[in-house]
Design a protein around this ligand. Structure first.
Ligand code: ITT
Length: 196
């Protein structure tokens, strides 16, 4: 069966395809239907994920999956949170993480904890919706390191790997990431649903 990934973020789309692998026969995205992303005016990750998934399904009548994700720093009351992709400048990964590094400039190690969160929503043409969430915990570094991944990956340090998310191979990232956790939960929820 065919899955619409309700996203315009190419790096995110690539990860979703890698993680869901052979679960679907074909993947399509907003650009295949000349759809611009809807305005994400929700207050939470789940609301924004539902907005994107519903918009995709309404416009194509395809089974649609959306990911709304971001980085949360408890010391900064959850910033950048739902504003992660537009923290300093919409879609500019470098400016966004530099802004965060700057805000944490004089903040000691024990207050630099953070987590990535991904909320996956699937919407079916019959109106059914499914939701799953994944989180991964780490610490914000003082300097960026690594070239892989996207977004805040270069400043997100994982104790388990003694490396930033951007220093992991895509294989390793796709085993442990917030997105991987949420998508694996979604696979379990799906069971036979998509073949019905
Ligand atoms: P779509 O809405 O089109 O899917 P987007 O990039 O705007 O693309 P979000 O609104 O969900 O997506 O914002 C997610 C932002 O959170 C993303 O732009 C990154 O800045 C950050 N982020 C999410 N997942 C990440 C990851 O795996 N690694 C690093 N940063 C991530």
């Amino acid at each position: 069966s065919k899955l619409l990934i309700a996203s315009n973020n190419q790096k995110k789309i690539k990860e979703i395809k890698e993680i869901l692998g052979d679960f679907f026969d074909e993947f399509v995205t907003f650009s295949d239907y000349n759809l611009d992303s809807p305005e994400e005016n929700g207050d939470t990750f789940s609301q924004n994920s539902l907005i994107k998934a519903k918009f995709g399904c309404d416009n194509t009548n395809l089974v649609t999956l959306a990911d709304d994700s971001g980085l949360c720093v408890p010391f900064l009351n959850g910033e950048p949170g739902i504003y992660s992709s537009r923290y300093a400048c919409e879609g500019d990964d470098l400016k966004n993480y530099v802004k965060l590094l700057d805000k944490l400039k004089d903040v000691p190690d024990n207050k630099r904890e953070a987590y990535f969160i991904s909320v996956i929503v699937m919407v079916f043409p019959n109106g059914k919706t499914l939701t799953s969430e994944g989180r991964v915990y780490g610490n914000i570094t003082k300097e960026p390191r690594g070239e892989n991944g996207f977004g805040y990956d270069p400043i997100f340090f994982l104790d388990e790997f003694k490396a930033t998310m951007a220093e992991l191979s895509s294989n390793d990232k796709n085993n442990i990431s917030h997105r991987a956790i949420a998508l694996k939960k979604m696979r379990e929820k799906l069971g036979g649903v998509i073949s019905e």
